[in-house]
Design a protein around this ligand. Sequence first.
Ligand code: HEC
Length: 163
Amino acid sequence: MSANLSLSFRLRKLLFAALLLLTFGLVIYWLTQENKPWIVPAEYKSLKNPLPPSESNFTAARQIYAHECAQCHGDSGKGDGPEARTHYPLPADLTNAKRMAGIADGEIFYQISEGRRPMPSFKNRLTEDQRWQLVLLVRSFSQPSECSGNLTGPTASSEPAEK
Ligand code: HEC
């Protein structure tokens, strides 16, 4: 009898330990989930940006970015917009040169077009040209020397601050 009892006690302890381990595993899995690489169709990867990095393209991109992207990605693309903390996974840091170097223009175009929760899809909200303009801007976040992409330039500060 008592042997049986201690067996079921041991079993319960074992079950408890297993449950604890499972919970622990799930938490680790959840924590390491964010910002997995995107699966981008091959036909997008090889796309080249049809637009030149001209000042007018950057100006247009900055305006779209301020309205559509900055609330999550932050004014300079660091992923620190006012809404950023309310999202999971966190908005990617677009200034991370190492990360962005591994992403082709066509992939950024795809990411903006399709989105991935919680990031919305922009293919119906923005024209192709507007999305390519944003690709130029996103690129510039991790290559600050090429053309200043951040919103602290004269174009952005002349816009009324959004509340
Ligand atoms: C609602 C918040 C939100 C908005 C608005 C938003 N994004 Fe995102 N964005 C995210 C999140 C979150 C991720 C990371 C998603 C993931 O890794 O699954 C992301 C990822 C990206 C990536 C991929 C970066 C990488 O490292 O893989 C790019 C590029 C990007 N966003 C650009 C934009 C642009 C450009 C806009 C505006 C047109 C925009 N986003 C609007 C939340 C947002």
